[in-house]
Design a protein around this ligand. Structure first.
Ligand SMILES: [Zn+2]
Length: 394
């Protein structure tokens, strides 16, 4: 086999395949061509010689999947550029959490999906305006929560829409009278188009059981460790309704953000064994000051003693499964698009802070050595290293 690029000497952790050992990763025409030992020696002399990515001392994992971020600059206030934020962070797939609704998803495809090297997918907001009205609540006017319009938009943009988003916040999101009606409509749309619903719970005055009771297995609670609004705890303990939701297959997502990750809540939850299914940033221009990237969010879960393999799964194959893309991303199986993150994991000696300024000592800290998207390393403003690598991307 002739490789265009070889990631050499690293320790591969691929939870999808149960791989946890030192291996090289060979890439050909933008896809994973082989995992094996000594791939560079096997190849011999070729012209051009393959690009070598040195991963000695590092871990090599599938390109990271951020299940909750905000990436629609130019239309939605507070959003960031997927490429600016992902290239440094090992993230090769970003899922926009409701930036676009039925009226703005076409523009989202043109301005965000098509303009990004990062793979960008979307949870379609149940509100036709998406998050473009911020700071005015997108669900204050129920006429904008149009299930039929949402259904038509999903059918037109199935290639990028992987779920439905709704925010069940306080009056600044849903107004005075709406209650849980936004969530009911989102779930009805999700049922019609057979996609999961992601519900934001930060700021909601509703009890956990009221929200969770409306969710189906596979639907997602984001901001699961929030302390703003009712949250998942009841008198300091994980509410009974939370456990029954998890048994039904409801997904618990971190969605760190600027006001949604409380170390105290997380500690109380994990003490009882309520680990997150997925770890995500809720990255936007305000939260970026607090949660700069996904590796930092992973480091916070490591500080809570979540095992490294579980942390890797929660940013690779688990989010891929949540959106039904487990046969396409989140794995280093042969034949997959070569989205790869090379990460250094080392003992940190500082502290990490949550959304509310509470600090905890670092344990292992994740930093990024290389991000490889479709077989091509991200090397700065010029995206292509120019070594004859063809890119075939899903
Ligand atoms: Zn968000």
């Amino acid at each position: 086999v002739t490789f265009d690029l070889i990631v050499t000497g690293g320790h591969v952790i691929d939870p999808d395949q149960g791989i946890d050992r030192q291996l090289d990763v060979g890439v050909r025409f933008g896809r994973i061509a082989a995992l094996g030992e000594g791939l560079r020696d096997q190849q011999g002399e070729t012209t051009p010689s393959p690009l070598i990515v040195n991963a000695v001392g590092a871990i090599v994992v599938p390109g990271l999947v951020d299940l909750h971020a905000h990436v629609y600059p130019g239309v939605c206030p507070l959003t960031v550029s997927a490429d600016e934020t992902s290239s440094r962070s090992g993230v090769t797939t970003v899922i926009s959490a409701g930036d676009a609704g039925a009226h703005t998803i076409e523009g989202f495809k043109l301005l965000s999906v098509n303009q990004s090297r990062t793979r960008v997918l979307a949870f379609l907001h149940i509100s036709t305006i998406g998050l473009a009205s911020f700071p005015v609540g997108e669900s204050e006017n129920l006429q904008m929560l149009d299930i039929d319009a949402g259904e038509r938009a999903v059918e037109r943009f199935r290639d990028i829409v992987v779920g439905i988003k709704v925010r069940e916040g306080a009056a600044d999101v849903v107004g005075d009278n709406a209650g849980l009606e936004p969530l009911r409509r989102a779930v009805e749309l999700g049922r019609r188009v057979n996609l999961p619903v992601m519900v934001h719970i930060t700021g909601s005055p509703a009890a956990a059981g009221e929200i969770l009771g409306l969710l189906r297995g596979g639907d997602i609670v984001t901001h699961c460790y929030t302390s703003v609004g009712t949250g998942i705890l009841e008198e300091g303990r994980v509410a009974a309704d939370v456990w029954s939701a998890r048994e039904r297959g409801v997904i618990f997502d971190v969605g760190h953000g600027a006001g949604s990750f409380d170390f105290g809540v997380a500690e109380a939850a994990v003490r009882e064994g309520l680990w997150p299914d997925t770890i995500s940033t809720d990255l936007h221009s305000i939260s970026a000051r607090i949660v700069p990237d996904l590796p930092t969010t992973m480091s916070k879960m490591l500080a809570l003693e979540m095992p490294l393999e579980e942390v890797i799964a929660a940013v690779t194959i688990r989010p891929a499964q949540v959106i039904g893309w487990q046969d396409r991303i989140g794995s280093l199986r042969e034949g997959r698009v070569a989205d790869i993150a090379v990460l250094d994991v080392s003992q940190g000696d500082g502290t990490l802070t949550d959304s509310f300024g509470q600090a905890r000592p670092m344990r292992d800290v994740v930093t990024v050595r290389s991000t490889i998207r479709g077989g091509v390393p991200w090397v700065g403003p010029l995206p292509h290293p120019g070594v004859g690598i063809a890119v075939i991307a899903d």
